[in-house]
Design a protein around this ligand. Structure first.
Ligand code: PLP
Length: 699
């Protein structure tokens, strides 16, 4: 099996390895590599939303020729390729040092979403971002790791806002040739096709490879001529279908995923189900055991020896369940083939006395280790699933917790990276999950940290205003929308960011509860405050769309004078600008519905101060000196806490300046945020914990 890079013959030989670099998203988390592609042609870099594959296809031969003769470019090119080679071939990784002599180990990571690059929009939110950060960190640590997911050819939707606050959702077909995806081929050059049995017929999937450093991510695609027309779009869209489509997508992910790994020659020793969507992988592993002649009991045990499971959903209704008749329709031939009865099969995913088949129950039954994604979410999950373990106390329910973290090289701003290099040491990156390293943040001069932050804020505003300008120039945009999108924002004003999916439990409109009070806060002549929102509502989520409309109306309402703004099409790139560029990160979900929340971790890492209810990661992260905890038991008291904290603490502190204009106390707060959260909420700490508690706990 192989994937072949295009030949790049149009690129001068001296710099032809640009092609290789473009097809490994390693460049995304390496500043010099990003700079290399940017410096080829800034305009194309921007127009293509930072897409090196397109840059290599679209820029002119003269530009390549010029670059191949420019000593500065060549110096950069040589440094980047040398670093890439060192990275890809390193033999002294954390994993190889901590677990020598275990060459047979392999972790296969299953997830329904992955967020690696804007050109491959196969994620809707936190789950996909986590999966992307997980793959990058697994690569950095040298873990033996492959990932499996689905390519949704139409991905997740792009959002544009209408003047009335309704959301326009468009699905853009991914053109793989304009992305870092490579087809996986058989040795004879024909596409690898894996055939998955599904209710008395078969579905064929082709496989794409997305390479993240040392970690390959294999994405299954049903949109191929070998399938019947009605099956071709089975995985066309992420979360785009009814329950029937959902079941079929999950069969493809779980069962197809294992079969694809087999076809590729992998024999994973650990199968990590990241959320319940992929739990049918357990069924396939059990079937394999039966095929090899094991008893059902032994097959289940053999599967359990490999499977580990991470649950993400703290709300009972959020876990996928399917009625028995649907399972029957899709798995009848399957359990016959396994030589087990309908009842034995259904038992794998059904609670005692239950009347539907639950993906989380299947995963809980099939896994040898299970975790939630923050300390609090672990507690909530143990209580939620206690009924499955009647002979145990709640504390004994076997669900651990491993708190989510974020990939530091991805989420730390370029300006902050420079400060880290200067004050934390040249090799700070190597030790970035060591809390002691971050003590040195206290040594950064206030002026420098403040200047770095103001530069990031300036970038956010010019990003927003550049977009508003482009939309206005497209002639398809009302003047009020130019304002709604941030034309009147002031770089000097205290800026609060709120960006996440518009699910109702996240309560985007809570801060609007008392409009007059909010207006007084925002309009203060000497101490103005502004709000920046971003987020998509799922097209089928009417209450979510209503929330979005409310927010958007406020953005264009003259009474708020342009102090509330909206950024369209929240995705990884927008998130990047926002979590670095605002002053305060607001988060007010209904507890305990935020399992972890990672956007606040990204913000805090950059000295953007969290202002959040005590839920998810913030229960662990908050130390009274690194941000604010919003109190309150219901909407009304929570809103009151938001207003009074803003009025009495946040606004006064932000505007308390010394004679040089530096907010000393605020900068102290920023430093404390970075010092206390950067290491513990890094993906590095998280992945080491996964290795130690889940993947290799007793070996
Ligand atoms: C980090 C991130 C998320 C997850 O953040 P939450 O705090 O869970 O809302 C969602 N979407 C994008 C684009 C992100 O970057």
């Amino acid at each position: 099996m192989r994937s072949t890079l295009p030949d790049f013959e149009h690129i001068p030989a001296r710099i032809r390895r640009l092609g290789e670099l473009a097809y490994n998203v390693w460049w995304c988390w390496n500043a010099e590599a990003r700079h290399l592609f940017r410096s080829l042609d800034r305009a194309t870099w921007r127009q293509t939303e930072q897409n090196p594959v397109r840059i290599l296809r679209e820029i002119s031969g003269e530009l390549f020729e010029a670059a191949s003769r420019d000593p500065e470019f060549l110096g950069l090119y040589d440094r980047v390729t040398a670093r890439f080679d060192r990275y890809m071939n390193a033999s002294d990784t954390w994993h190889s040092q901590s677990r020598p002599n275990k060459p047979e180990e392999l972790i296969a990571y299953f997830c329904a979403e992955f967020a690696l690059h804007t050109s491959v929009p196969i994620y809707s939110g936190g789950l996909g971002l986590l999966a992307g950060d997980t793959c990058k960190e697994a690569s950095d640590l040298g873990l033996p790791f492959v990932a499996v997911g689905a390519l949704y050819p139409e991905g997740y939707f792009r959002q544009q806002m209408n003047p009335d606050g309704s959301q326009e959702a468009t699905y853009v077909r991914i053109k793989p040739e304009l992305t870092p995806l490579l087809p996986v081929l058989n040795d004879d050059g024909t596409p690898l096709i894996v055939t998955i049995p599904m209710d008395s017929r078969e579905i064929n999937v082709a496989v794409w490879r997305l390479q993240a450093g040392r970690v390959p991510i294999y994405l299954m695609d049903t949109n191929i001529p070998e399938n019947d027309p009605w099956d071709r779009d089975l995985v066309a869209r992420l979360y785009g279908g009814d329950i029937q489509v959902r079941l079929r997508q999950e069969i493809i992910l779980g069962i197809g995923g294992i079969q694809v790994l087999r076809a590729l020659g992998y024999d994973p020793t650990v199968v990590h189900l990241n959320e319940g969507h992929a739990a049918f992988a357990a069924v396939e592993l059990i079937r394999e055991g039966r095929d090899q002649g094991l008893s059902l009991e032994d097959s289940v045990q053999a599967a359990r020896d490999r499977i580990v499971f991470t649950t993400h959903t703290p709300v009972a209704a959020g876990h996928d369940e399917f009625p028995f008749h649907m399972i029957e329709e899709h798995f009848r031939s399957f359990w016959d083939g396994m030589g087990i009865t309908r009842e034995q099969f259904l038992e794998l995913g059904t609670a005692p006395g239950g009347n539907s088949f639950g993906m989380t129950i299947l995963a809980l039954n099939a896994a040898r280790k299970v975790n939630g994604v923050s300390r609090k979410h672990g507690e909530v999950s143990r209580a939620m699933w206690h009924f499955l373990y009647p002979d145990r106390t709640v504390e004994e329910v076997p669900i651990l917790s491993i708190t989510n973290g974020v990939h530091v090289p991805t989420w730390l701003s370029g300006n902050m990276v420079k400060l880290c290099r200067k004050y934390l040491g040249a090799d700070w990156k190597k030790f970035h999950d060591d809390p002691a390293l971050w003590e040195k943040v206290l040594e950064i001069p206030d002026e420098e940290l403040w200047a770095a932050h103001c530069a990031s804020k300036g970038k956010l505003l010019s990003f927003m205003q550049g977009r508003a300008r482009a939309r206005w120039a497209s002639r398809n945009f009302a003047p009020s929308q130019v304002i709604a999108h941030g034309a009147l924002l002031n770089p000097k004003a205290l800026t609060i960011g709120f960006a996440r999916r518009f699910a109702t439990y996240k309560r985007a409109n809570l801060i609007m509860r008392d409009v007059e009070r909010l207006k007084r806060i925002l309009m203060n002549q000497w101490h103005p405050v502004q709000l920046v929102f971003a987020g998509k509502a799922h097209p089928a989520d009417e209450p979510g769309k209503f929330l979005l409309k409310q927010i958007y109306e406020a953005c264009s309402a003259p009474e708020f004078a342009g102090r509330i703004a909206f950024v369209e099409n929240y995705n990884k790139q927008v998130a990047h600008h926002l979590v670095l560029g605002v002053d305060v990160w607001l988060n007010n979900p209904v507890p305990p519905k935020e399992a972890s929340g990672t956007s606040g971790e990204k913000a805090s890492l950059n000295g953007v101060v969290n202002f959040s209810v005590l839920d998810g990661w913030w229960c662990e992260g908050y130390n009274r000196q690194n941000g604010w905890a919003i109190q309150g038991a219901d909407d009304s008291s929570t809103a009151e806490s938001i207003y009074s904290t803003l009025e009495n603490e946040i606004v006064p502190l932000y505007y308390d300046r010394d004679s040089g204009g530096i907010p000393r106390q605020w900068v102290a707060l920023m430093k404390e945020a970075i010092r206390s959260t950067a290491a513990p909420f890094s993906a590095r700490r998280m992945m080491k914990e996964y290795a130690e508690k889940l993947y290799f706990p007793d070996r």
